[in-house]
Design a protein around this ligand. Sequence first.
Ligand code: HEC
Length: 119
Amino acid sequence: MALGGGESTKMRRVLIAVNSICLLALLSAGSAHAAAGNVAKGKEAFEQCAVCHNVDSPEQKMGPSLQGLFKRKMLKSGKPVNEANVTNQINNGGNGMPAYQDMLSAEEKTNLLAYLHSL
Ligand code: HEC
């Protein structure tokens, strides 16, 4: 009996350990999912933007260079550089830039933003 009791306590400890590992795995999977965007995929999506935007030189093409975009304080429009304003620009375009509202999926836009953050 005493032996059996010890075994089941051990078993319970193992189960608790396994449970907490599962929980940790779940939690980290959850936060990886919440972390936005895939930079490599964003770079692919950016090919259609690269016609008009430099990313590795400050030189203007059709549109302004996006080199170091998120390290800047302001967009050309004078609005602060943040996800909302950059997304607005992508969705609405204007002044020579096409509107991408319906041309890119939400996922593509998230990936693009991740890529733009990496510049
Ligand atoms: C046909 C050319 C063209 C294409 C293609 C294009 N843009 Fe633009 N983009 C422009 C122009 C021109 C401006 C400047 C608009 C203005 O001055 O209001 C601009 C502005 C921007 C800005 C604001 C830059 C700043 O410093 O204020 C961002 C961000 C941007 N574009 C991202 C993108 C992304 C991302 C794509 C691809 C999904 C894209 N653009 C595709 C021409 C283009």
